[in-house]
Design a protein around this ligand. Structure first.
Ligand code: DX5
Ligand code: ZN
Length: 219
């Protein structure tokens, strides 16, 4: 079963609750939550208070993408405010093993993320310890960018590693995914697809329906 994880960075924050209810009613199970610190990436998004508020109103699985330097500082707090899975960037962590252990000690699922310029081999030492690998197909920091198609080679390479080692690890892809190119992302081996602007621009219900048909066929 392939999963759609709508990124609320693409939502209208004035109508956030309403739009989350709409994705949920359209059959979505995951919510992708982008946290940016203005240091690891140039932009600042939102943090714990927003996550805590939406946690009170939905049972969706919170797939939190931390674009923050030294993520180990905040693992306990993000776990406490409602994250189900914490993805952190290998480029941002001094000691990724320690971050993974911190996530586990909070009883949450752990994911590792790589930017477009990071070689795919970087994930190898951690592959057996994590629940998810997130491959970025844009430079992290902003929604609404165009996908860098060359990054799909990395998705293929991670899929190969997971298959070769016969692991139960999800492969998520994030950045510039829309209805028109989602098939290429799935063909490369993704099983969790993030989409911000292509879900929240226009009719959320119609967009989710179109994505879910591409992901899992007509219901
Ligand atoms: C970018 C974020 C993405 C972003 C995706 O730094 O990690 O999750 O919200 O947005 P779209 O789908 O518009 O590229
Ligand atoms: Zn993201």
């Amino acid at each position: 079963m392939n999963i759609l994880s709508p990124s609320i960075l693409g939502a209208d924050f004035y109508r956030l609750g309403e739009q989350i209810s709409e994705v949920e009613a359209s059959g979505v199970r995951y919510l992708h939550i982008d946290v940016m610190d203005g240091i690891f990436v140039p932009s600042i998004s939102f943090g714990m208070p927003v996550i805590r508020s939406i946690r009170n109103s939905t049972d969706l699985f919170f797939d939190v993408h931390l674009m923050i330097r030294d993520p180990e500082r905040y693992i306990a707090e993000f776990a406490e405010c409602g994250a189900d899975l914490l993805n952190f960037h290998l480029e941002a962590a001094r000691d990724p093993d320690r971050v993974i252990d911190a996530v586990r000690s909070q009883g949450k699922k752990a994911g590792i993320t790589i930017k477009p310029s990071t070689p795919v081999e970087a994930v190898l030492p951690y592959l057996r310890k994590v629940d998810m690998v997130l491959v970025m197909t844009v430079e992290p920091g902003f929604g609404g960018q165009k996908m860098i198609p060359e990054c799909l080679d990395k998705v293929r390479a991670v899929r190969r590693m997971i298959t070769e080692q016969d692991l139960d690890v999800r492969l998520e892809v994030d950045g510039g995914i829309r209805i028109e190119n989602v098939e290429s992302v799935l063909a490369a081996g993704a099983d969790v697809v993030v989409s911000g602007s292509a879900v929240f621009r226009g009719s959320v219900t119609a967009n989710v329906k179109a994505f879910l048909e591409k992901l899992n066929g007509k219901p």
